[in-house]
Design a protein around this ligand. Sequence first.
Ligand code: ATP
Length: 440
Amino acid sequence: MTETENRVDMDEIVSLCKRRGFIFQSSEIYGGLAGAWDYGPLGVEMKNNIKRAWWRTIVQERDDMVGMDAAILMHPQVWVASGHVETFADPMVDCRNCQGRFRADEIEENRCPNCDAVGQFTEARMFNLLFKTFAGPVEDEAGVVYLRPETAQGMFVNFENVLTSTRKKLPFGMAQIGKSFRNEVNPRHFIFRTREFEQMEIEFFVRPEDAPRWHEYWMQERLRWYTDLGVRPEMLRLTAHAQADLAHYAAACSDVEYLFPMGWLELEGIANRRDFDLQQHSKESGVTLSYFDEEKGEHVVPFIIEPSAGVDRPLLAFIVDAYRQEEVRGEKRVLLKLDPRLAPIKAAVLPLSRNEKLVPTAREVWSMLRPHFMTSYDDAQSIGRRYRRQDEIGTPFCVTVDFDTLEDKAVTIRERDSMEQVRVPVDGLVEALRERLPPC
Ligand code: ATP
C-alpha cells in the first residue's frame, strides 16, 4: 500500500474521538496543555481493552513471562546508570522567522514545518527529555528525582528480586504496563507524540548467544499481535535501524511501523539491548545482577530483548485502521470496524422506541447483560440513527427490543459489519453474545 492510499483524514479521527468521548484535550477549559490528552468514557474502555489484550497474550498465556508494576519515581542513580541523565536528549532547533521549536531530525529540506521559511534555523542544541522534580520538602539537588521516561528500568533493577521470588529459568521475561514521561521538544500528531504516555514493555532475558534468534522471534510475535487484533497486514511493516542510528545500549533494533495518515511511523521498538543495563546497574549499585546456569555451572549476565510498545500509538493505529465510510441505502455510514476485544462497548441495548410498554423490558434486558459485558443503553432518536451511533464507536452488537419481544420473549441481535440480524430468546441472550465475543 502506498502512502496516498491510506486516505483516512486525521482531522476526522480527532473530531470523532472528541465528539464521541474517546479523547479530549487535557485541561481544555484552560486552553489545553501541549502534549497531554485525557481519555473519556469510551477511550478509557478501549485503552483498558488494549492493555488487557496485551497482558493476556504476553503474561497470562505464556509460561515464560511474569508481570511487574514498578514505581514511577525511582532512585535518581538509576537514570545515571542507564545513561539517560547523560544522553537522553534530542537535537533541537528554533525557527528565527516564527520562533517555532522543532526536533532537528524531523526537519526536511531545511524548511520550517510551521511557517515554511527555508534556512532560518538556529544551530542545533541538545535538549534532555527527562522531567525533573523534587522528592521531599526541600527543592535542592539532593532531592532531585525524575519521572521515568520508560518503564524498562523498573524491571532491570528488580531482576534479582524477580529471579529469587519466581525461580524462573532462562529464557524468561518480565512485562510491565505504565505511564512514562518525556519532555518532548515538539509533541504532535494528536496522541502520537505526547509528553505523558503509557507503555507496554517486555524485557526478555536470554543467554547471550541466543539473543539474535529471540530478537527475530519477538519481531514476528509482535507483528502477529497487531494482525491478530485486526490490523490489516499491509498497513504494518518492520524497519531495522541502521547501525549508526542505534541507541547507545542496543546491538540491533527494529521498529514495528504503521502507515498512519502522516506516513509510516513507529508503533513499537524491538531492541536487542545486550547486557548493557544489567552490567550498568551492577556497576553503579554494587549488587551483581547475573544468572546462575545450573546445567552449565556458570554465571551469565543475560542479554535482553526488549519489545517496547506504547499504548496510545497502538490505540490511534487501531482506530485509524478500523475507520470506514460506507454508503448504505444512499446514506453515509461511519464505521469503526474494531476487533470486538478492543471495542469499548460490546453490546448496546436499544428499545425500538420510548414506548412505555417497551422500556421496562429493555431495561431488564440491559440489567441482565451488565454483569457480563460492557454495555450501553440508548433510546434517543430513531433506531436507524442509534445503529449509526453504535457503528461509529465500533459496538459489535446491538440488541433491539421491539413489540414482538413482549409476546415471544426474544430480541434481535444486529451485527455491526454485516448489519445482519438474528432473533434469539432473551433467556439465551448472554450465551448468544458470549459465543460471538472472543474472551478478553
Ligand atoms: P520516537 O523515535 O518516535 O521518539 P522512540 O524510539 O524514542 O520513539 P521508544 O523509546 O522506542 O520510542 O519507546 C517505545 C514506544 O513508546 C514507542 O514505540 C511509542 O509507542 C511509545 N512512545 C515513545 N515516546 C512516545 C511519546 N512521546 N508519545 C507517545 N508514545 C511514545
